[in-house]
Design a protein around this ligand. Structure first.
Ligand code: ZN
Length: 120
């Protein structure tokens, strides 16, 4: 049986939290993986580091699918209301300069279910 011994990066620029969750998903599927740590400060859980996940060629497609699903779920979770978990919201126009400053870099939205306002 011919084995594919090449290695592929299936995830990069991951935070430690993302790495921790992806490692759990890959391990559950018995996918052996390596982790490269990049950044100025070495040592796990350093805020300025990012991580890269590498798998063998034979696991590449399955690992990419697992990480793709993880990222899709994470991007949906980012849109969830922090109070009730609902995903539908509407954009809120900000009139106050102070509120604009507070939400700078994000978009202020209001949950259509519980009316909580939050930045996304
Ligand atoms: Zn809500």
């Amino acid at each position: 049986m011919k084995q594919n011994t090449s290695f592929y990066t299936v995830g990069r620029f991951l935070t430690y939290g993302e790495l921790y969750q992806i490692k759990g998903l890959l391990t559950a599927q018995r996918i052996v993986h390596l982790v490269n740590e990049h950044g100025p400060h070495m040592g796990l859980n350093s805020g300025s580091c990012y991580y890269e996940v590498i798998v063998s060629g034979e696991d590449k497609d399955v690992a990419k699918r697992i990480i793709g699903k993880y990222k899709a779920r994470k991007s949906i979770d980012r849109l969830r209301c922090p109070k009730c978990g609902h995903v539908n919201h509407k954009r809120v126009e900000i009139k106050s300069a102070i509120v604009k400053l507070y939400y700078m870099g994000t978009t202020l939205v209001q949950c259509t279910k519980c009316k909580k306002r939050f930045g996304i």
